[in-house]
Design a protein around this ligand. Structure first.
Ligand code: 5GP
Length: 120
């Protein structure tokens, strides 16, 4: 039932150090990096270091330690870039039909401007 994890995706390559990235925060199980094509003044991606295809895969299969680390890393990243307490939005496209292009879980964190309504 699971989409197999493709080791050649761009975030796997960044995690292996094969491609550069502008890191915002690194924890035991998570990494936050600036999006290469920012859609807002603050646009950061938070990814788990583990090989999880999507939010669905992560929620079902990650350890409690990985999940706790990831949730906290998102909050810590938001504070680090000033999105908190200013206000920010998190988004995780899950599956191709929802617009997920890279098959390694990433939570988008948008901020730095008023964000308007959802799905606009
Ligand atoms: P998705 O559409 O899968 O939710 O989002 C993928 C995101 O990854 C896009 O916002 C895109 O700009 C970003 N992205 C794609 N390739 C790279 C890259 O090589 N480095 C970084 N930092 N972001 C990337």
């Amino acid at each position: 039932h699971h989409q197999p994890y493709d080791d050649s995706n761009i975030f796997a390559r960044i995690l292996r150090g094969e491609l550069p990235a502008t890191k915002v925060l690194e924890t035991e199980h998570s990494l936050a990096l600036h999006d290469i094509n920012p859609l807002a003044p603050v646009h950061v991606l938070v990814i788990p270091k583990g090989a999880y295809v999507s939010w669905d895969d992560f929620a079902a299969n990650a350890s409690e330690a990985e999940i706790a680390d990831f949730v906290r890393a998102i909050g810590e990243t938001a504070r680090k870039v000033g999105a908190e307490p200013q206000g920010y939005r998190m988004l995780a496209n899950t599956g191709k039909r929802a617009g997920q292009e890279v098959p390694h879980l990433h939570v988008h964190l948008f901020g730095g401007q008023p964000l308007g309504p959802m799905l606009a």
